[in-house]
Design a binder for this molecule. Structure first.
Ligand SMILES: [Zn+2]
Length: 1174
């Protein structure tokens, strides 16, 4: 199998440093119309043109309103988007017309029904470009930027001085205007000078109603329920005017090396640092008796569950007393003691040994105010690692910080793995889950799995004052359809029959384990609003002596945190039961697409390698998903693949101003019923378009037609669009090339990162209203304006994949793997997500890729297992420690078999009145996830400097608050960090310096927008490794174990010349080979004698017949399986040019673009904290 990689971003071109292929431009060598050819490609004399035969659009789609969630859904305006032309025809062509190819008579397509296909068009043999074998020149985009004259990407860039970002010439210009010699456009094509100026860029952002004021204005706050969203207050402007981190190189003079020296030896030694002494206060909320957490993994039917809504109790000792009979000993070694379930183990200032598994956490008395676990850095940072001398009392010279003295992510990750790699039982309110990097299993006992929902905090301050003072945002990251471990159970489906889901009569919350049954079981009291609701007769059950229903453990909705319910007609659009969803595959058949091998590849592999993975219900024999096929260039072609036909039929839509799908019957079919016709179609498409000369593409009408097809068929579903270039052909959705990479990193970058007009934004809104999700697979050779095109994906919840300079033979497998996973992982369609919270808190803002027509309902056309939505929560009243706080996320969706369902995730929290308790229960990975999405939003509304300063200020405020309120008095020169947030400075610096957030002109505009889109919907698991990559040493890999090697810190200082390391961040994967690597290792893995002989362009690692090679292959395979996108492996030799790009991912170091190193950043934050405190 050949190496593949996800997204092009982040991948150095294979031939990095080598001359690029010569002919990789967008232009075909031969242009229609130039050679006396018979008619432009568009003219299809014999073709059936529905526009001429069949007038009038198909029946109007039904209204969009529905009463899901009991509330009217904001109907999307039904009118089609007005065609928008930029009135700009693009820059003058930069490239001259290619030489004409020789003409050869058109070959008749095999199928006469495709009369139109008789490509009487010219067929020049494809230019002699195919052979060029520059592959994967993706990333360092500028290195591959095509030369001004439209040549293929050249890799002339060099890293000057090894550090500066490669400066390349101007952005690719190959998008130029269409060749003028093209035949006349179909008359129907718009000359409509509807010229819409580009809308204010800031409007384009859809989450419009969720955001901060500038973006949220557009939507009327209709349907504001009890959870009205106020304007987010946390979005504020950056408060400080801190200088950029780069200025921090010098340790602040006020930090003196002498202070606290005594601690040095114990501080965070590189390894072996044990967790903290038990004396440190225990997280109060942990307070569950050990037995609680150690419930037997399989234990009977949920016997451990039992979180009475009112159990606020657990402050100091036992958690909510579960029903009697509650668990017993788990067995020795069992699960982590309660102490572990909660928060961070106190850290070891004293640095002694490892903490015994449990005992030390049991005896705590959890006094608030007791000293908190934390790390202290005082002089430590100034301890000169290279000097054995004690620092002088006065700082006399700048000293270099010893990185080993600074909090290590590796240590934190390893410690959590050691302590929490087993069962996480969700029976405790406010239990902090293991880190996402820990390999744990979950047993649902009343709260949802952390895979579905994680919070930045699990002990919520009772008052907004405490929360505001802390500056810690309260945010949930919800991944509603997260993939579970094989040993974990999917949420079960509950069917209430005609009765429908049982809900609170006031706030409409769904029945869940926290609802309290009263009055002998005749009513239940809502945990969210307090209202009592009568229990329907059909649902009645008696209560036992503890007040719980006797059938409690037999009903998933009464004992599990996550479950699904069958929805009745009331939950369907227009009260009509939905049909099975459909997938429409829409293939760009333009010149570039054909030449790169894409068309051929898709057609060859789609049916047997991709469609076989269509999602289906667990026990179903076959998928119910309907499939349809279309191709397009400057016009659209739909195919009738009805099973009864002998051959597929093509229908052409050439009027692109008002597209509709000419075909109702036979377009969307079941795979099994049309297998032969589909085979025939896929065999014919590559032949039909083999000689395509089309270089101008449309995209707007393609999406409109796909949307129309789904609407006409009354199905929700997905459009899989395989697209190569900027849509410059005259049609709705036409775009101009406005790339100007120089703006990146400047105050003006937001104009470039915002859509150039609102066509795709508006179209996206129409799509989401119809349950039409757009999955975009891009294969660009130059700028395609992802900031604009991406809107359609962002609003519909679609994913984007990007394969720059795609070549089927090189990148094909990676693309197919991504496509296959995307098809397979589709879980839910026509989704509405709603968050309900208990009294005192409410959701105020949402982040992610979706649409909101009102302030409460998050609409997503389709959801897969990796997409996450962030919900920011604020107080609107006081909370009580006794009651705790509750959240319910309800996801109404259509399943892969067309069933309307609800999926519910419930989570309970502790509440606290002490700042210290808040700081014990924070979850840093979720906080980082939230900060990154907030940064994306700020990036589009402010400027890079403000984004950076905002983050630095918030981080400083959080840490200063901890220092002021929770730490023992100590010298001001000491940096004291809360245990669970000791990596906050490191991770926030990683956000700041990430290419998606602070990328400058060293990355392409499209890569920047692409990353922005990805980050916006990342789950915590994905963002965790994305911002701090995983770096694994492989030179001494243990071939006997199945465990991955222990990771090391991302810094060049950690790399040995004779080492080999694998680095991955969920998007990219590199194998770095030191120049002194053992020849034996190289021989084992690559079959050559030295590193110099390794063909790094091969990009494939062939498994050889020896343990090292095999173990390496297993490791790479395992990592790939873990990630949602297929990681392409790039081999980097130490000292090769490519190394500069690899170093870019060593995030503890100073960045290529001058971004701060961890050491410098920490110093700067320390200074800021001191400023705040003084
Ligand atoms: Zn209620």
């Amino acid at each position: 199998m050949s190496a593949q990689y996800p997204g092009n971003y982040g991948h150095p071109p294979q031939g990095y440093g080598m001359p690029p292929p010569v002919n990789k431009g967008n232009m075909p060598p031969n242009l229609p119309g130039q050679s006396g050819i018979i008619g432009p490609p568009g003219g299809k004399p014999a073709m059936f043109n529905p526009n001429q035969v069949q007038n009038g659009p198909p029946g109007p789609p039904g209204p969009q309103g529905d009463n899901r969630f009991g509330a009217a859904r904001g109907a999307m305006p039904g009118q089609p988007p007005v065609g928008q032309f930029n009135g700009v025809s693009g820059a003058p062509p930069m490239r001259g017309p290619p030489p004409l190819g020789q003409m050869t008579p058109g070959a008749q397509p095999p199928n006469t029904q495709f009369s139109g296909m008789k490509i009487s068009d010219q067929h020049g043999p494809p230019p002699p470009m195919g052979q060029n074998s520059q592959h994967g020149q993706n990333f360092p985009s500028n290195r591959n930027a095509p030369p001004p004259m439209g040549g293929p990407p050249t890799s002339t860039a060099t890293f000057q001085g090894g550090m500066g970002p490669p400066r390349m010439g101007p952005p690719p210009t190959s998008m130029g205007p269409p060749p003028t010699s093209m035949g006349p456009p179909p008359t129907s094509m718009g000359h409509t000078p509807t010229n819409m100026g580009p809308p204010p860029t800031s409007m384009g952002h859809a989450p419009t109603n969720m955001g901060p004021p500038p973006t949220s204005m557009g939507h009327a706050p209709t349907n504001m329920g009890p959870h009205n969203m106020g304007p987010p207050t946390s979005m504020g402007q950056p408060l400080s005017s801190m200088g950029p981190p780069q200025n921090m190189a010098m340790p602040p003079t006020n930090m003196r090396p002498t202070q606290g020296m005594g601690h040095l030896p114990n501080m965070d030694p590189p390894q072996g640092m044990g967790p903290p002494p038990s004396r440190m206060g225990l997280p109060q909320s942990m307070g569950h008796p050990p037995s609680n957490t150690s419930a037997p993994p399989v234990g009977g039917p949920h016997q451990n569950f039992g979180m009475p809504p009112n159990s606020g109790a657990s402050q100091f000792s036992g958690g909510p007393p579960p029903p009697s009979g509650f668990n017993l000993s788990p067995g020795p070694g069992g699960f982590p003691p309660p102490g572990h379930t909660h928060g961070p183990p106190p850290t070891s200032m004293g640095g002694m040994g490892t903490v015994p598994p449990s005992s030390q956490y049991n005896a705590y008395s959890g006094m608030p105010g007791q000293q908190q676990p934390h790390d202290q850095f005082g002089q430590a940072p100034y301890n000169n690692q290279f000097s054995s001398q004690r620092p002088a009392p006065q700082q006399q010279q700048p000293r270099k910080l010893d990185p080993d003295q600074m909090p290590s992510p590796i240590q934190v990750i390893e410690e959590d793995r050691r302590n929490r790699s087993d069962l996480f039982v969700t029976n405790a309110k406010g239990a902090v889950p293991p880190l996402v990097t820990t390999d744990y299993s979950v047993q649902d006992q009343g709260n949802c799995s952390p895979r579905f929902m994680r919070s930045t905090m699990y002990n919520i301050p009772c008052t907004s004052d405490i929360l505001k003072t802390s500056h810690i945002p309260f945010s949930l990251t919800v991944t509603p359809f997260a993939k579970l471990k094989p040993q974990e159970s999917e949420p079960p489906l509950v069917d209430f029959g005609e009765l429908g889901p049982v809900r609170c009569k006031r706030c409409k919350a769904y029945i869940n384990p926290f609802m309290q049954f009263i009055d002998g079981g005749r009513r239940f009291q809502c945990v969210f609003c307090g209202c009592s609701t009568d229990v329907p007769n059909e649902y009645f059950a008696h209560l036992d002596h503890t007040g719980r229903r006797v059938d409690c453990y037999n009903r998933a909705e009464l004992c599990l945190g996550s479950y699904e319910m069958t929805a009745t007609k009331d939950y369907c659009k227009n009260s009509v039961v939905p049909k099975e969803p459909a997938f429409i595959f829409m293939i760009d058949v333009s010149y570039n697409s054909v030449k790169s091998g894409l068309v051929n590849l898709i057609c060859e592999r789609l049916k047997n390698d991709i469609l076989v993975n269509l999602p289906k219900e667990v026990d179903a024999e076959e998928s119910e998903i309907r499939v349809g096929f279309a191709t397009y260039g400057k016009e659209l072609h739909f195919y009738n693949v009805k099973g009864s036909l002998a051959q597929p039929q093509m229908l052409v839509v050439s009027d692109l101003e008002d597209v509709f799908v000419p075909l109702l019957d036979g377009f969307l079919v079941k795979l099994s019923e049309s297998s032969a016709v589909i085979d025939s179609l896929l065999a014919q498409i590559p032949q039909m378009f083999a000689e395509s000369r089309e270089t101008e593409l449309v995209l707007g009408p393609v999406i409109q037609a796909g949307l129309d097809a789904l609407k006409s068929a009354e199905r929700s579903g997905k459009l899989f669009i395989f697209h190569t270039s900027l849509p410059i052909a005259e049609a709705p959705g036409k775009l101009k090339n406005r790339d100007d990479r120089k703006l990146l990193g400047t105050d003006k970058e937001k104009t470039l990162l915002s859509p150039q007009n609102n066509f795709y934004t508006k179209l996206g809104e129409e799509c989401v209203a119809a349950g039409c999700c757009v999955e975009m697979f891009l294969f660009p050779n130059s700028y395609v304006d992802i900031a604009t095109l991406g809107e359609i994906c962002r609003i519909t919840g679609g994913n984007m994949y990007k394969y720059s300079y795609f070549q089927a033979d090189i990148d094909g497998d990676r693309f197919l793997e991504d496509l296959s996973r995307q098809v397979q992982h589709s879980k839910a369609f026509d989704v509405i997500l709603r968050v309900r919270t208990s009294t005192g808190i409410r959701p105020v803002d949402f982040y992610g890729n979706f649409y909101m027509a009102n302030t409460t309902d998050v609409e997503i056309a389709a959801l897969d297992c990796d997409q996450a939505i962030n919900v920011e929560i604020k107080h609107d009243d006081k909370l009580s420690e006794a009651d705790g706080a509750y959240v319910q996320v309800a996801i109404l969706f259509t399943s892969v078999s067309g069933k309307r369902r609800l999926r519910l995730h419930n989570l309970s929290f502790n509440c606290c009145s002490q700042m210290a308790d808040l700081f014990r229960s924070c979850e840093l990975d979720t906080l980082v996830n939230y900060f990154s999405k907030q940064a994306i939003r700020n990036m589009l509304n402010t400027n890079p400097k403000q984004v950076r300063e905002y983050i630095m200020n918030e981080v400083s405020q959080i840490l200063a608050c901890y220092r002021k309120n929770c730490a023992n008095p100590s010298s001001a020169g000491q940096l004291i960090l809360p245990e669970c947030m000791k990596l906050l400075p490191l991770y926030s610096n990683c956000i700041i310096k990430n290419d998606g957030i602070q990328g400058g002109s060293e990355i392409s505009t499209d890569d920047r927008s692409y990353l922005t889109h990805l980050i916006n919907s990342m789950s915590v698991e994905s963002s965790s490794v994305f911002f701090y990559p995983r770096l694994l040493p492989l030179h001494n890999v243990d071939t006997e174990t199945k465990e991955l090697p222990s990771a090391i810190r991302c810094s060049t200082d950690r790399l040995q010349d004779d080492g080999v390391y694998l680095l991955e961040n969920g998007l990219s994967m590199f194998l770095w080979i030191g120049h002194n690597v053992q020849p034996k290792w190289v021989q084992s893995v690559f079959g050559v004698n030295s590193a110099a002989q390794i063909d790094i362009d091969k990009c494939q690692l062939v498994t050889m017949d020896n343990p090292v090679s095999q173990r390496l292959a297993e490791i790479i395979k395992e990592i790939r399986m873990d990630r949602h996108r297929y990681l392409k492996l790039t081999i980097v030799r130490q000292r090769d040019k490519l190394e500069a790009w690899f170093n870019h991912f060593l995030v503890e170091d100073k960045g290529l673009n001058g971004s701060a190193s961890y050491v410098d950043f920490l110093c700067h934050i320390h200074k800021e904290i001191r400023n705040i405190l003084s």
